[in-house]
Design a protein around this ligand. Structure first.
Ligand code: FPP
Ligand code: MG
Length: 299
């Protein structure tokens, strides 16, 4: 069986253990994503009972966080399919998230203590990151440091934990793999923020150019804001439904000031830092491929 299919089967197995048919039915409504975290774990730790269980735990935590995130963001679509909150309601999305999340933690208690600590600590960070993300939408945030800290917590922390845990399973240098995972996660979120601007909604599986409307000043907007002489026009469009003309103006300014190009370069630079850390590892070629797949992706 293909590796990722084995992870999906492991998730089904864990949910079956909950003895709750509705949860199993709801699992069918979750569109599986790229499973980046599982790919990373399996490339580092290989396929074993331990690594597959870790993948399932991490994917269940990730799925739970997205179920809650779609309620928080009032998002109707997830990965090109209707989100659970849209298909059913907010209550169902929250409660199903709680079930996946707590079952994942039950399984974590059965795992290596260091892995359990690493993953559970990352979940605290990701929850704080989500709150920071929401709080940063109160006002136009022009601080790169705040943005970086928020995306580290919201996204990179769980990828860092997945990478570190996989290294623990494989008996590899965990600090190296943690740093690789952290930078991979940071680059991943920056690319996500760039794709929000460069891709259409069909490719994204969700509405395009929504971040700024929602009050999220992501990396391309941060650089644009820094570089615009007249910042007022950009500030006036903040948290507004954008007309075609307005979104085209933003994109044009991002091209002229090279804010977009430099955001891509920054993501790639962080990606290269990730690669540098593990360049002497036996599996470095695969780790480079994972990074490339991530920074060159279109959705
Ligand atoms: C998606 O980001 C959201 C996250 C990566 C983290 C969400 C975390 C929580 C809701 C904390 C609760 C955690 C658990 C385990 C229950 P995004 O909104 O930038 O990306 P999107 O465009 O894919 O929605
Ligand atoms: Mg969201």
């Amino acid at each position: 069986m293909e590796e990722l299919e084995q992870v999906k089967q492991q998730i089904i197995h864990f949910v079956k253990e909950c003895n709750h048919q509705k949860s199993l039915d709801l699992l069918d409504n979750l569109a599986t994503g790229k499973m980046l975290r599982s790919k990373l774990i399996l490339k580092i730790a290989g396929v074993s009972k331990e690594s597959l269980e870790l993948c399932a735990v991490v994917e269940m935590i990730h799925a739970a966080s997205l179920l809650h995130d779609d309620v928080i963001d009032e998002a109707d679509t997830r990965r090109g399919k209707p989100s659970v909150n849209a298909l059913f309601d907010n209550k169902t999305a929250i409660m199903f998230g709680d079930i996946l999340y707590s079952k994942a933690f039950t399984q974590l208690t059965q795992m290596d203590k260091k892995i359990a600590y690493t993953v559970s600590n990352a979940v605290t960070l990701l929850s704080i990151g989500e709150m920071d993300d929401v709080d940063l939408t109160d006002n136009f945030n022009s601080s790169y440091d705040k943005y970086l800290d928020m995306i580290y917590k919201k996204t990179a922390s769980l990828i860092e934990a997945a990478s570190r845990s996989a290294a623990i399973i494989a008996g590899l240098n965990e600090e190296k793999y943690a740093l690789y995972g952290k930078n991979l996660g940071l680059a991943f979120q920056m690319i996500d923020d760039i794709l929000d601007i460069t891709q259409d909604s069909k490719t994204l599986g969700k509405p395009a150019m929504l971040d700024f409307v929602e009050g999220k000043v992501t990396i391309p907007y941060l650089l644009l804001h820094e570089r615009l002489e007249n910042k007022e026009k950009l500030e006036s469009l903040y948290k507004k439904e954008l007309s075609n003309e307005e979104s085209n103006w933003i994109k044009q300014q991002m091209n002229e000031t090279k804010a977009l190009e430099d955001s891509i370069n920054l993501a790639k630079k962080i990606g290269n830092e990730a690669i540098n850390v593990v360049k002497d590892e036996a599996n470095s070629e695969t780790l480079v491929l994972i990074m490339k797949a991530m920074t060159e992706r279109e959705f």
